[in-house]
Design a protein around this ligand. Structure first.
Ligand SMILES: [Zn+2]
Ligand SMILES: [Zn+2]
Length: 209
């Protein structure tokens, strides 16, 4: 919770020293806890540095997310669209990126009440059952493109393409409760049910239909 509170408030990852100060734990215990949270896939740390605590990231992955007074690296398309749903004081954020195929800039104000307008598409490269093989690579390849044509210019074998409304629905409830105590990551069965409910289809999402 200290990691998430720091990311939410500042847009940056806390250091071991930050976490020791806010929790009262010794630095060695903080390092141990970060290792355990990395092993349980509750965050991603490398060399004692927090790289991701989904939907937050401390490295650029193609997106910026600008709130009223805070700027976040948005992680992937999914994560960037999720941030306003977690932050009650940010009813709408400016998500900005460039098309990986043609470098056209794209930006949307993403809020909680309805999907942003736009005919761009999201492309996810990695099927859901392999997301955690290399989660940074997975997130780096969940991007927004001008069109299916731009997706196909980069990916000879595309993964999964969805419109902005589907991306927004996917992002809306996925991280519900993430900033609060008692949060549990979804198990594969409830994750699949959620994917079906927001309109995703097929084996890419672990679904039979
Ligand atoms: Zn991501
Ligand atoms: Zn493009």
């Amino acid at each position: 919770m200290a990691v998430y509170a720091h990311f939410a408030r500042t847009g940056t990852a806390p250091t071991v020293q930050d976490l020791a100060a806010t929790t009262g734990f010794a630095a060695a215990d903080v390092r141990g806890a970060l290792g355990a949270l990395h092993a349980s896939r509750d965050l991603v740390s490398r060399d004692g540095r927090i790289v991701m605590a989904h939907p937050f990231a401390s490295i650029p992955l193609g997106f910026s997310v600008m709130g009223a007074s805070t700027l976040w690296w948005g992680g992937c398309a999914w994560d960037s669209f999720a941030i306003p749903h977690l932050l009650h004081e940010e009813p709408g954020v400016l998500v900005a990126t460039r098309c990986p195929a043609c470098d056209t800039p794209h930006a949307w104000v993403v809020g909680r009440t309805a999907p942003p307008a736009g005919d761009q598409v999201a492309h996810f490269l990695t099927p859901v059952d392999r997301i955690w093989d290399d989660v940074v690579h997975t997130c780096a390849n969940q991007r927004l493109f001008c069109s299916t044509r731009c997706v196909e210019a980069v990916h000879k074998e595309p993964g999964y393409v969805m419109d902005l409304a589907t991306l927004w629905r996917l992002a809306r409830g996925w991280y519900a409760g993430r900033l609060e105590s008692g949060y549990k990551r979804r198990d594969p069965v409830s994750a699949a049910a959620y994917f079906a409910e927001v309109g995703l289809r097929g084996p890419f999402w672990g679904l039979t239909a």
